[in-house]
Each structure stands twice: as structure tokens, then as C-alpha cells.
Write a protein that binds this ligand. Sequence first.
Ligand code: SF4
Ligand code: SF4
Length: 159
Amino acid sequence: MNPIEEAAWASDVEKCVQCGKCTAGCPSGRQSRLRTRALVQMAYQGYDVTDLKELWDCTTCYNCAERCPKGVNTVDAIIKLRNLAVRRGNFPKVHLNAIENLYNTGNGFPLSPEVAKIRSIIGLNKEPYDVSTDEEELSKVKKLMDITGFLKLVRGAGK
Ligand code: SF4
Ligand code: SF4
């Protein structure tokens, strides 16, 4: 069994009866190319899906797993396939940017000047209190990311 098939097996995909409820109930699939059943089935049959963009369209909401009448946990398979994708150098630039932001500011999606302006118009502080405004806490975030090697891993895979 190759690593792709192994990732698919993590979801108990062999119990799948092809009813399609996972794909039909996927909120992300309505807006993207993600087809949950097809993706996991392709992996189950050994096709390399680690370079498919739709692998990253899943929001891990678990709706598919909750709807499955056979208890197939498609999300587990998708997460394992993503892990494999990263190790193979397939990691979307947009996600890498969010992680770089997290490392540098403590916030994956820092406030834009436009949002800061709106906040001040409606009477909120321009900058909400978070890690980005606390040097000590930010250094802890950086240390954690350094120790785990997470940043190094995704930087090597980002493209
Ligand atoms: S967990 Fe992913 S694949 Fe499943 S329904 Fe949510 S977005 Fe779709
Ligand atoms: S909902 Fe479950 S049984 Fe139905 S197609 Fe999806 S994985 Fe297979």
C-alpha cells in the first residue's frame, strides 16, 4: 500500500457505499472544485492527489463525516493527504503567507489599514489587544514555531 492509499484508509473508506452525501453536504464544494467523495476515492485507489489544488479547499468543518451513513471520516483522510502534500513540497502560497504573518506578528491575518479605519469610525481601538501588541507573548509564539520545526517545514514546501 502506498502512502496515499494509507492516508485514505485512515478514514475507513472501505466502508463507503458511494451514496454521495459527503459531497452533497460539503459547503466548500459549492464554491470550489472540491468533490469530497471523488477525492478520497481517488486516493483510496492509489492516485496521487497531493498536487491537486482542491485538497486545500476543505475547511475541515466535518459536515461530510457527520452526514456519512457508514461512518467514513473523510476529513481524517484529507488531513493526512495534506500532511503528505506538504512533505512533498505542495503547499499553497496563500497559506504560507498566513503562517509567515503568524510568526512575524502573532496574527495570521493582521488588520489591514482599511479595517483599522473602520474600527476607529465605529469607536473601537484601531488595534485590538492580541499577541501582536505584546512582545513577550509574541516571542513565545515564535519559540513554539521554532521548536516544532513547523515554519521550516512549510517554508520548504511553500510555492
Ligand atoms: S470537512 Fe471539508 S470536505 Fe468535509 S464537508 Fe467540510 S469542507 Fe467539505
Ligand atoms: S457519505 Fe460516506 S458512504 Fe456516502 S459517498 Fe461519502 S464517504 Fe461514501
